[in-house]
Design a protein around this ligand. Sequence first.
Ligand SMILES: [Zn+2]
Length: 120
Amino acid sequence: MHEVGLICSLMDQVTESAAQNGITRILSVKLVVGKLTLAQPDFLHFAFANLSPGTIFEGARLEIEERPLVLRCTACGTETRPEYLDYFCPACGERMEIISGDELFIEYYEGDNGEDGSGG
Ligand SMILES: [Zn+2]
């Protein structure tokens, strides 16, 4: 299940960034995951739920936005949203480029320093 590896490395990135910003508790994380990454959101949620206890992610909400695979022909501009990667244009046979679908990044995360102060 490669989702575990993906979540591990994403959590590492957030942990590092949070440390630099004085954040000791993560409240929510938003991931953008393209179809081409083959990462299943269900498995990402599962991996996150299993890896977060005992870390700064404990109790955090994981939000996942899936992006479809979108290809565009470099010659005629035809755009397709195929189920699978197909590098050749259905209209003219030229090569397609990937417009969307290979994303895998943290759009944002929210956290705080674990203190209760709500005023000020
Ligand atoms: Zn074309």
